[in-house]
Each structure stands twice: as structure tokens, then as C-alpha cells.
Design a protein around this ligand. Sequence first.
Ligand code: SAM
Length: 266
Amino acid sequence: MALGRGWTLAPRPSCSFLGLCPRTARRPTSAPSPWRQPLYRAATSFLGPEGQAFLEENTEVTNTGNLTPEIRLRLLTPRCRFWRERGDLWPYSDPYWAIYWPGGQALTRYLLDNPDVVRGRSLLDVGSGCGATAIAAKMSGASRILANDVDPIAGLAASLNCKLNNLDPLPTLAQNLLDSEPAPWEVIVLGDMFYDTDLADRLLQWLRKCMWTHGTRVLIGDPGRPQFCGLGIHNRLEKLITYSLPEPTGEENYSLTTSSVWNLQP
Ligand SMILES: C[S@@+](CC[C@H](N)C(=O)[O-])C[C@H]1O[C@@H](n2cnc3c(N)ncnc32)[C@H](O)[C@@H]1O
């Protein structure tokens, strides 16, 4: 398991997976628009019962140390074996879904506190990870939700986390949508997705297309990562709110103390 150095604000090194650099999706896709695809992968069938049992054994259900105690999540915590175990013993892709990133925390808190932003609207969560933001959208009354993450195990994690919060599993899609034509989502949310310069540039181009073509509203949760600040789009970003990060999240992310939610303008 490669521990990438590209994650500028590498979290606490004592965890074998923290400090990892989330993999950017390079595979092109000609996937049809998810808007026209009513059926999505049943994420729970992806790993089979043994794989699912492995994930459950090696994660912990928690609702502490982050900004959204009302949502229970299965995460990698200091009490889990792989917090210290060699990462290369982990048999699957790097478990970014097992970390609740600061950008996602802020975005999720914002949706829970401002349900009107998504109530009755269709919503796409790009890079959904553990699924917390999509879950908050569901709790806040979004009409149709798709949790999209290039890692299919993230889809499974989102489904497990839905169950933990007494929700039916949300539709998930493990495809890179950045190479496909934008579908008419009313809201697109992105938590901590601007961690890699190439990915950030591609995301921005694609999001602009979504806004121009369909008038989609784009909400971004980001703790001020250099790749986000370096996009040079300050004049197109409206800061909606800044949250102080809880101590454990701050510790795991070195010097981060705050995370903000931004409204991206076309
Ligand atoms: C830093 S994590 C953020 C997860 C979650 N939003 C949060 O804030 O906790 C980034 C996630 O984006 C996913 N990802 C990377 N490139 C992607 C792409 N092009 N489309 C969808 N997901 C992608 C990764 O697999 C990873 O789960």
C-alpha cells in the first residue's frame, strides 16, 4: 500500500493509512449519464460476505471526534488494527472511505444545518468516500441522491453507513464522471476533493460545464488545501460558513483547525 506524499497536509503518521494520497481516477469512461440510469450497482454485493466481514472487523462504528455526531460511521480509528498495521497488508485499495475528511465534515454539517439547500432537489456527491455527505442530504430531504466514488468499496461503505443510520442504501456509482457529459443534477457536492492539482483542474472544468449546461448548484467543502486555494478562482467562490474542527480531526490532519463550505459560481 503506497503512502503517498502528495497529500500536503498529511495526517498523523501513526496510522498506517493516514498520510495517504487519495488516488485520482485516470480511467476514461464513456458511461451514460447517471441521470438516465435508474439502476445502480448494489454496492453490498461487491466484496461478498467475507470481504464485508473483513471491513466490519477492521473498522469501528463511531460518531465522535468529528463535526456531525448525529451520523454514525464505520471508520478507521486508533482502536483498529490497521491504524498501526503495515498498510500493505490491507488487501484492498487504499481505504479513503474509512476516513472522514475535514472538507466532508464541514459540508455534511452544513447540509444538516441548512436542509433547505437540498430539500426536494436531486443531488450528486462526487468523491463520496464514507457517504456522510450523501447521508446528510438524505436526512435533509433531497429528492434523489447518487453517491459517486471511483472506489467501489466506498459504495459498500456508504451502504453500510446508511444502514447504521436507519436509512435504506443510497444509489452508488463507481465511475469517473469527469470524462462524461454532465447530467442535470440540481446540486453537486464535493467534500475534500481538491487534494491533487490535476484532479482539481479537471474537476473545475467539469463543474463549470455542469453549471453552464444545467444551472447546477455546486457546494464544496475544503479545509484550505493548497490545491484548492491555488485554483485561482477566489472571485468565483462565495464562502458560506467556516467551522472549527474538533480536536481529534485537527490532530489527524496536523495543523488544520478549520474547514469551510463554498458556493462555486459559474
Ligand atoms: C479525500 S476523499 C474525500 C471523501 C469524502 N468526500 C469526505 O470528505 O470524507 C476523496 C475521495 O474521492 C474519490 N475520488 C477520487 N477521484 C475521483 C473521481 N474522479 N470521481 C469520483 N471519486 C473520486 C476517492 O476514491 C476518495 O474516496
